[in-house]
Design a protein around this ligand. Structure first.
Ligand code: FAD
Length: 301
């Protein structure tokens, strides 16, 4: 059954046919300890059969995980059939240093970069100061990467506007410049209100941005932490979400079931509105992402 909400949104109920052509990608972070490394590999092995378009590995604030990111991406390249994408940021490094990292990736056969400005080492809310000899913004990094090799380049997008943007228009202009500089895909910050995302896609299309805008899906298991993260990133948390998680602070099992159901519904409604590509922030945990992919019709290949 497909229903139209008051905003013209197609709201798809679980009884509608399973999607057949959804594409997924997964994001991991580089592990700090051997135990975390084992955990990440268990997660990669569980999710790999779902045939993601690519799997990406984040780059810690201020480039703090440079070696670990490189090691993780390289291991994925060498030991799996997955297509790895390396996140790379401008923070705390010269252009030459960043170019050297990018060249090393290219030489390893890693040809997809998620190009980002990055957040200051001191934290998300702190003022950003470009490195004097570095790339200032993601747009500059995209241009630099284009000069190095024919990378596939994804960039970040913000349905609810980047918190440091002068205005929504300026932020959209900045996204357009990143695409015009050679990026081929935008992956969004997580969001919880589907309409916010769909309206953002419409604004991008009106602004002449034609590349895929891929929703970043964050299955929420720790609602308290999400509230904090949302404050920092300017992502709104709808009241209905607070209602759903109310009283579950000490009940992780139920929280997990609720989280899967919320994210699965989000994905199904997005799909019903024409969205076919989904990027999952896995937090190196496979279970929720696997379940949501299953509900999205994505099965082991
Ligand atoms: P930019 O596109 O450079 O924009 C940053 C801000 O500057 C925006 O407000 C923009 O409007 C403004 N701006 C752009 N150009 C100019 C200009 N010329 N003059 C003035 N202002 C300008 N962070 C990490 O540290 N590591 C990661 O691995 C990582 N992965 C991410 C993955 C995704 C999918 C997303 C959405 C975010 C990720 N981040 C990561 C967070 C990201 O680094 C931060 O959100 C950062 O604050 C902005 O990065 P950006 O690439 O969007 O920056």
């Amino acid at each position: 059954m497909t229903a139209i909400t008051r905003h013209g949104l197609n709201a798809m109920a679980v009884s509608s046919p399973l999607p057949k052509d959804a594409n997924v990608s997964f994001e991991f972070f580089p592990p700090k300890t051997e135990k975390m490394e084992a955990n990440l590999w268990a997660c990669v092995e569980r999710l790999a059969p779902l045939g993601p378009q690519y799997v990406s590995v984040t780059y810690g604030a201020g480039g703090s995980t440079r070696e670990r990111t490189h090691a993780t991406v390289t291991r994925i390249r060498r030991e799996t059939d997955l297509e790895p994408a390396a996140h790379l940021t401008c923070v705390g490094a010269t252009r030459e240093e960043i170019d050297a990292v990018a060249r090393a990736y290219w030489d390893e056969g890693i040809k997809h970069i998620v190009a980002l400005r990055g957040d200051p080492v001191e934290g998300i809310g702190e003022a950003y100061v470009p490195h004097p000899g570095g790339y200032a913004y993601a747009e500059d990094l995209v241009k630099g990467l284009r000069d190095i090799a024919d990378f596939e380049i994804s960039v970040a997008a913000y349905p609810e506007v980047h918190p440091q943007a002068v205005s929504a228009e300026a932020d959209l202009d900045s996204l357009k410049r990143k695409i015009d500089a050679g990026a081929t895909r935008a992956i969004t910050q997580s969001f919880f209100d589907v309409e916010v995302f769909l309206e953002f896609v419409e604004k991008c299309r009106t602004a002449g941005i034609t590349v895929p805008i891929v929703p970043g899906i964050l299955p929420v298991t720790n609602f308290k932490r999400i509230r904090q993260f949302s404050n920092e990133t300017g992502t709104s948390v709808p009241g209905w979400m607070a209602d759903l998680f109310e009283g579950l602070d000490d009940d992780p099992d139920t929280r997990k079931l609720v989280a899967a159901s919320v994210a699965a519904e989000q994905c199904r409604v997005l799909y019903a509105n024409g969205i076919k590509d989904f990027h999952f922030y896995t937090l190196n945990r496979a279970d929720l992402t696997y379940a949501i992919c299953h509900i999205l019709g994505v099965r082991p290949k």
